[in-house]
Design a protein around this ligand. Structure first.
Ligand SMILES: [Zn+2]
Length: 129
């Protein structure tokens, strides 16, 4: 299965993958949208703000799905390494689970494009939104 990166940075220990810019976590000002930016209800606020950002890229996402025939039983792996990052480790230590942008990407693809998204083992206990 071909893979693409949806990570801001790729680890040196993994083969370099093409980056899919439309699922990165930066806003138009270059600010990173991260769970730690939100205090009151971090999961809901984080998912809402990042999803809003993905809405702005809706046409690009649709074109990418169509070009790669991802509506038609073609698989692709969307890769990020957040589960290995210190932010996720802190969330797991504090809350027993974590969330990263792949959960928002998953929800966005399923809700807006009816695309099936399958989690890998490292995301099996990640928060669903
Ligand atoms: Zn991630």
């Amino acid at each position: 299965m071909p893979g693409v990166s949806i990570a801001m940075y790729q680890p040196k220990w993994y083969e370099a993958l093409p980056t899919l810019d439309m699922f990165l976590i930066n806003d138009e000002h270059g600010n990173w949208i991260k769970p730690g930016n939100f205090q009151d209800s971090p999961v809901e606020e984080y998912a809402g703000v990042l999803s809003h950002e993905y809405h702005k890229r809706y046409d690009d996402i649709w074109k990418w799905l169509e070009t790669n025939k991802l509506f038609k039983n073609t698989d692709i792996a969307l890769c990020c390494w957040c589960p290995h990052a210190s932010a996720a480790s802190k969330q797991i230590a504090q809350h027993g689970t974590y969330i990263c942008h792949s959960a928002v990407v998953e929800q966005f693809l399923m809700e807006h494009f009816d695309v099936e998204v399958v989690r890998d083992a490292e995301r099996s206990n990640m928060i669903k939104i």
